[in-house]
Design a protein around this ligand. Structure first.
Ligand SMILES: [Fe+2]
Length: 164
């Protein structure tokens, strides 16, 4: 494993980790989608898949702009959250409780991404990577906004129907 000597090395390591986290999450969304019959949640997941595609695109542009490659391994932290998400959805025998569980699992993904994109954007700014800073900032804002959207969906609709 390559040693990390400075902020630039750390930036590229984190960028690879986030690339793989986003890719792994994107592969997981259809599995969560088929476990819900709530149309609003389905639409939100579809929207999320589209965002993840855009994010992979943007991360790809950052690698290209800085002439680096994104080859790396599976992101173990993301894999752990994904395993938990699937396990939780399988343990819910009630549809509304399952929907609430799916939302919390997706919010765990989002909060990981918010921490990660926030750090990446800051590093890019400090390293003088102007275009990457903007691309990563866009990913960060998207994650924050879908997270708010999910909170509203949970609080206004889904959690209430799971109280019984
Ligand atoms: Fe997300």
């Amino acid at each position: 494993m390559k040693h990390i000597h400075n902020l630039e090395d750390l930036f590229f390591e984190q960028l690879k980790e986030q690339y793989h986290a986003t890719r792994q999450q994107m592969e997981t969304f259809p599995k969560l989608r088929e476990k819900t019959s709530n149309n609003t949640l389905k639409e939100s997941i579809d929207h999320h898949i589209g965002q993840n595609k855009d994010q992979l695109d943007r991360i790809g542009k950052v690698f290209a702009a800085l002439d680096r490659n994104r080859h790396g391994e599976v992101n173990e932290a993301a894999e752990g959250l994904i395993r938990e998400a699937i396990k939780l959805s399988e343990r819910c025998s009630d549809a509304a409780a399952r929907d609430a569980g799916i939302i919390t699992s997706i919010q765990h993904f989002n909060h990981y991404n918010i921490a990660s994109f926030g750090t990446l954007r800051t590093y890019a700014k400090e390293l003088g990577f102007e275009e990457p800073k903007n691309l990563l900032g866009k990913c960060l804002e998207e994650e924050k906004s879908i997270d708010k959207e999910l909170t509203a969906l949970a609080e206004k609709v889904i959690n209430l129907s799971a109280i019984h």
